[in-house]
Every structure is written in structure tokens, then in C-alpha cells.
Design a protein around this ligand. Structure first.
Ligand code: PEP
Ligand code: MG
Length: 561
């Protein structure tokens, strides 16, 4: 047995065999020529065979996929045999360029051309780049990039995952996720929780594990162990039995003494919202609207946006739906809003700030939201991400009012917003704490970096203090505005108790975590939650804050959380 300690980000104890996510394909050197003895005819034949093989493989995967994943795979399969792509490469080969370099260059030209065409065509530009990498991998005889295909379930090991990987991640095949990089607020963590997959991030050394190695993983404890013994097998079996108990949420979040804490869902679009409604979510606490348009090169029209937003509203008639305006930038770039050359994107023009450089997009989004709300029954609240000052909050509130939006709010993700919450909340109707970014900015630690995972946890007493300050500001005389939490912290059942004790009014999380959070919350009274919040605030470190609180919540161990 060998241990690979990491940071647990999504609970569950499972055993499975490792499949490594292949490394990205490196660019063949510029000017690379045909190898001596390799004729242009042979190289062209190899190229065509590789393109056919890539097409066939993607087509076969599409046959077993469903929904978005199927559509992505089918579109990519077609692109693998695209005449312009293959003819362009064959021409270069005829002039002596190596097959790998030729397909690389041809891929660049086709992608650029599609990009310049704009609209639907521009969205295919990234498919071409994916296909060219797959053809190069085939020519080199190395595994294709992306999530590996497999007929049997496996534990996916990667450096980190991107939001776009979700489309091809089949939760029926992937038992659990382990990454060597990434932090607790990274996209791997968010993806794992939304799919209900156990996950450990920042587990140094896991990339060395050969495919097929058997591992045990505990997504609450943050442990990965290769070649597990009998006791770990028993732990995985016991989890399988408890997991079913955590699948059901009654639909009302409350402490043992009946203090209500509505448990809401974080969603990225209509499908998520429908699934969240099925799982009993009491509303939506965060609709990440940028997730509807991640692949878009151009701004979606007002009508198109309204259709996407209405799908979410319709999943929650007469319930609260908190929609966040586009949070483009940093880890979620949107080509029509973000400048990819910024030297420090996390501190750059992201979220609400894109209105400084691309005015009009936010106004049109607010128009689309108002349009979608008009014939929907949801109680729609709208908040801006990355608000830093009371002036910005006031301006956003006035933009909302101009658009006819009744309940404007802000996300508190920048420490300055937490520190000036009282003034900010005089301008808007509510705040929602985005603890993922609040942690990254309070600790000056990029949320995507594995080596900073221990800094990058919302258990940091500094972060908890910022949460406390925000609540205090919201309760200042004459203010009395609700403050929720919609960062990943809300999905950690022990932290959910602490946040309740700190005074937040709602908790919003991936719908899969609702049952676990509700099960733990109902074991404490509000007074006990307040005591646990004090305990966490008094801890000298994040590790101790977490350990001290967990020790007082034996239900966590009972439920394997
Ligand atoms: C957050 O920062 O906590 C948040 C909810 O927003 P996102 O994770 O989308 O940046
Ligand atoms: Mg954020």
C-alpha cells in the first residue's frame, strides 16, 4: 500500500482502477520534414488512416453517449474527416512537411477560417483543434487527449479538469476523480460535486500511478491509497451502503430547533435546474449564466439569452432563483468578453468589471433577464459578480432598475466587499458570499493551483471572519438584508453548520450535496451552530478549525462525510 495524501473535495469511499488522463499533445516542431525514407505517398496514407481511426473511435463513443456529450462527440467525429483539413495537410506533405506538422498547420488554418466566419461556424473552431491533436496522437501512437474511453468504470486521474471536460465525462464510467493539481475551489472540485463523484485534489504523485493500478479513495478525508488492504475494502463497502441514505433531501433545510436555512442549488442551465428541482432544492441560489455560453465566440442575442434563462426559471415556479450576470474572465474566459493576453487574469477585467471594457453586454443581459422573467413564475433575483465597492453596487442597482429588475444584489467575493458590506448592502437588496473567490483573494492564492490547496480553503479563520463581517454589515441598523453563501463552502456539511452559526440565511450548493448538508444541519441547534462558529473563528489555522468542528459533529463519521 502507498498513500497519496491530498485534499478531499467531494465525499465518498470507493475502490477502482486508475485511468490516467493523457497529457496534452505537444506541437510538432515548426519546419519538421518527412523522415528520411518516408515518402509523401506513405505519409499521406498514414495521415488518412489516422483521420479515419479518429473518426471511427469518436463515432463509436458517440453511439454510447447521451445528451450534450453525444452531440460534442458526433460533431468532433465529423470534423476528423473534414475535406479541407485533410486536403490542406496532404498538400503540405506533398511539399515535404512531416504528416504531424502538416495536420497541425492545416488544423490552425481551418480553425482560424472558421473563427473568422463567426456565429455557429466559429464555435466549431475548437473542435478542429481537438481533432488535430487526436490525429497527431494517433500518428505518434500515444493515447488521445481528453477523458479516456473505457468500457468499464475507472478512477480518473488527471492534473486538473476544465469546465469543458464535463461534456465528455460519463458519470456511469467514472467512479471517482483524483488530481495532482487543482485546489478545493478548482473546477475539478466543482465538477465532482455536481456529478456526485468522490474526489481528492492536490494528491502529489498520483500521476505516476500506472493505468490499471487499484486505488482506494476517501473523498472526505482526502486520502488515496494504492493496492488497498481488506480494511479499506470493507470501508468502501460500508460507504456504498450509507450512500443511499444520503440520496434523499426532504425539501426543507433547518437546524434541530427549527431555525430555517433554505437549501438552494447552484446551476449552470436548464438541465441542471430540472435535476436540482427533482432533488428537492428549495430554489436556485446561483445560476452561473456564463456556463450557458462557454463555447461561444460571439455575444448571444437577447432572445437567445432569454430562452436559456427562462428554462431555469420554469424549473422553479414561485421559488427564488438567483441569477448571476456573466462572470467571464480568469478560470471562465468567454471569448467575446475577455482579453486572453492579460498578465494576471484573476486580478483582471472579470465579472462585473467587463462592463468597463465591453459596455453594452451587461445592459443587454439585464434586458434578456427581464424578458425571460416577464412570463415566468419564478421569484427572480439578479446579482453581479466581482463587486468591489459600494459605488459599483449602486451603479449595478441602477442598471437593474432601468431594466425593470426588482431585486438587485451582489456577490461578495472580493475582501473589500466583505469589509464594506454595510455600505454595499445599503445600495442593493441582498448579498451572496462566493467563498471560492473570497478565499482565493483573501489568501492571495490562485484557486486553480494544487500547491496552494492548503491555503485555499474556506476553513481559513481569515475567510470565516470575512463571512462574519459581511453578515454584521447586513444587520447594521436599518439594513437587514439577507446574505447567503453560494461558494463550495456551503456544500461541506461541517462548514455549512459553521456558516449557519455565523448568521448566513441561505446555503446554495450543487444539488447532489443537499441531502448530506440537510442531514448534518438537522443534528445541531442554532445555538450549537453559533458555538461551533465561535470555535472555528478562534482556531489558529484552517486545519485546526476543520478538525475542531468535525470532532464536535460525530454524525459526519457515521455518515462517512
Ligand atoms: C465563488 O467564487 O464562490 C462562486 C460561487 O463563483 P464561481 O465559483 O463561479 O467563481
Ligand atoms: Mg466567483
Amino acid at each position: 500500500m502507498q498513500n497519496f495524501p491530498g485534499v478531499g473535495v467531494s465525499p465518498g469511499r470507493v475502490i477502482g482502477t486508475v485511468r490516467q488522463m493523457p497529457k496534452p499533445i505537444s506541437e510538432p516542431p515548426a519546419g519538421e520534414q518527412l523522415a528520411p525514407g518516408n515518402t509523401a505517398e506513405e505519409a499521406t496514407a498514414a495521415l488518412k488512416a489516422a483521420s479515419q481511426a479518429v473518426h471511427d473511435e469518436l463515432k463509436a463513443r458517440a453511439a454510447h453517449a447521451t445528451g450534450d456529450g453525444k452531440a460534442v462527440l458526433e460533431a468532433t467525429a465529423l470534423m476528423a474527416k473534414d475535406t479541407m483539413l485533410i486536403k490542406g495537410a496532404a498538400k503540405l506533405v506533398a511539399r515535404g512537411t512531416s504528416a504531424e506538422r502538416a495536420i497541425w498547420e492545416s488544423g490552425s488554418s481551418v480553425s482560424e477560417m472558421l473563427h473568422n466566419l463567426g456565429g455557429y461556424m466559429a464555435e466549431r473552431a475548437t473542435d478542429v483543434l481537438d481533432v488535430r491533436a487526436r490525429i497527431v496522437a494517433e500518428l505518434r501512437g500515444v493515447p488521445a487527449p481528453g477523458i479516456p474511453a473505457s468500457t468499464t468504470p475507472f478512477v480518473l486521474v488527471a492534473e486538473d479538469l476544465a469546465p469543458a471536460d464535463t461534456a465528455t465525462l460519463d458519470p456511469n464510467k467514472v467512479l471517482a476523480l483524483v488530481t495532482s493539481g487543482g485546489g478545493p475551489q478548482s473546477h475539478t472540485a466543482i465538477i465532482a460535486r455536481s456529478l456526485g463523484l468522490p474526489a481528492v485534489v492536490a494528491a502529489v504523485g498520483v500521476d505516476e500511478l500506472p493505468d490499471g493500478t487499484e486505488v482506494y479513495l476517501d473523498g472526505a478525508a482526502g486520502a488515496v491509497t494504492s493496492e488497498p488492504d481488506e480494511s479499506l475494502r470493507a470501508a468502501a463497502e460500508a460507504w456504498a451502503a450509507t450512500a443511499s441514505l444520503l440520496a434523499e433531501f426532504s425539501g426543507t433545510g433547518a437546524t434541530a430547533d427549527g431555525h430555517l436555512v433554505p437549501l438552494l442549488a447552484n446551476v449552470g442551465g436548464g438541465k441542471d435546474a430540472e435535476a436540482a428541482a427533482q432533488l428537492g432544492a428549495q430554489g436556485v441560489g446561483l445560476f452561473r449564466t456564463e456556463f450557458c455560453f462557454l463555447e461561444r465566440d460571439t455575444e448571444p442575442s437577447v432572445e437567445e439569452q432569454a430562452v436559456a434563462y427562462k428554462k431555469v426559471f420554469d424549473a422553479f415556479p414561485s421559488k427564488k432563483v438567483v441569477l448571476r450576470t456573466l462572470d467571464a474572465g480568469a478560470d471562465k474566459p468567454l471569448p467575446f468578453l475577455t482579453d486572453s493576453t492579460e498578465p494576471n487574469p484573476a486580478l483582471g477585467v472579470r465579472g462585473y468589471r467587463t462592463d468597463f471594457t465591453t459596455p453594452g453586454v451587461l445592459d443587454r443581459q439585464l434586458e434578456a433577464i427581464a424578458l425571460a422573467e416577464k412570463d415566468s413564475e419564478a421569484d427572480v433575483w439578479v446579482m453581479a459578480p466581482m463587486i468591489s465597492t459600494a459605488e459599483e453596487a449602486a451603479r449595478f442597482a441602477s442598471m437593474c432598475s432601468d431594466a425593470g429588475i426588482k431585486t438587485p444584489g451582489v456577490m461578495v467575493e472580493v475582501p473589500s466587499a466583505a469589509l464594506t458590506a454595510e455600505a454595499i448592502l445599503r445600495e442593493v437588496g441582498f448579498a451572496s458570499l462566493g467563498t471560492n473567490d473570497l478565499t482565493q483573494y483573501a489568501m492571495a492564492a490562485d484557486r486553480q493551483l494544487g500547491p496552494l490547496a492548503n491555503l485555499n480553503t474556506p476553513w481559513q479563520p481569515a475567510v470565516l471572519r470575512l463571512v462574519g463581517l459581511t453578515v454584521e454589515g447586513s444587520r447594521a441598523e436599518g439594513n437587514n438584508k439577507p446574505v447567503g453563501v453560494c461558494g463550495e463552502a456551503a456544500a461541506d456539511p461541517a462548514l455549512a453548520v459553521v456558516l449557519t452559526g455565523l448568521g448566513v440565511s441561505t446555503l446554495s450548493m450543487t444539488a447532489r450535496s443537499l441531502a448530506a448538508v440537510a442531514a448534518v444541519l438537522k443534528t445541531v441547534t442554532l445555538d450549537e451552530a453559533q458555538q461551533l462558529a465561535k470555535l472555528a473563528l478562534s482556531a489558529p489555522s484552517a486545519t485546526e478549525a476543520r478538525a475542531w468542528v468535525r470532532e464536535k459533529l460525530p454524525v459526519l463519521e457515521e455518515l462517512g462525510l
